[in-house]
Design a binder for this molecule. Structure first.
Ligand code: GAR
Length: 201
């Protein structure tokens, strides 16, 4: 199966969903390492519970952003991943990092890109007043949330939603989408043709 390294900064519900599937050989991918920029990330506890090695690479331990990016790339490289999955990773990766894993870094974002990129996709969608938002799994390019889209799911905004209730509804859809999409990519491969992604092509 394909080797996955998951990068996570937060609670790790998306990581948890991947860990719940990766034990099945038919899934075609397994999480071989988890890397976080935050020592307190819940994702690290999930990795430990699952017996998956985890590493913290904190910006505070490096002289500058470039040095941190290089340190992060080294830490990821150790696991020899086929794919790097950003699952709630809240920092921008430098081109030097992305070029090392070119076309093999996949991100999940809590909005229907190209709408509402960035760190506050849920808040921004709510503030705009859209009635439908969702989640997007995409290949990471040098821009922020601009890479070719692999899969999306629409999620309704309901009356009375706040950022938390809407994000929870999105996360339910997001977990399924990420697990399904990463599995398909792992089993069938990925080809980027301009803006279009062909899985199994
Ligand atoms: C997810 O909704 C993910 O899409 C979002 O953070 C959440 C992490 O949840 N990522 C971004 O906003 C990236 N800009 P999790 O830690 O429970 O998986």
């Amino acid at each position: 199966g394909a080797r996955l390294v998951v990068l996570a900064s937060g609670g790790g519900s998306n990581l948890a969903a991947l860990l719940a599937s990766h034990g099945d050989p038919a899934y075609g991918a397994r999480v071989v390492g988890v890397v976080s920029d935050k020592p307190g990330a819940g994702a690290l506890d999930l990795a430990r519970q699952a017996g998956v090695p985890s590493v913290v690479v904190e910006p505070a331990d490096f002289a500058d952003r470039d040095a941190w990016n290089d340190g992060l790339a080294e830490a990821v490289e150790v696991f020899q991943p086929h794919y790097v999955v950003l699952a709630g990773f809240m920092r921008i990766l430098a081109p030097s990092f992305l070029d090392r894993f070119a076309g093999r870094v996949v991100n999940t974002h809590p909005a229907l890109l190209p709408s509402f990129p960035g760190a506050h996709g849920v808040r921004d969608a709510l503030a705009y007043g859209v009635q439908v938002t969702g989640c997007t799994v995409h290949v990471v390019d040098h821009g922020v949330d601009t890479g070719p889209i692999i899969a999306q799911t629409a999620v309704p905004v309901l009356d009375g939603d706040d950022e938390e209730t809407l994000h929870e509804r999105i996360k339910v859809a997001e977990r399924s989408l990420l697990v399904e999409t990463v599995g398909r990519v792992a089993r069938e491969g990925l080809r980027v043709d301009g803006r279009r992604v062909v899985v199994g092509g």
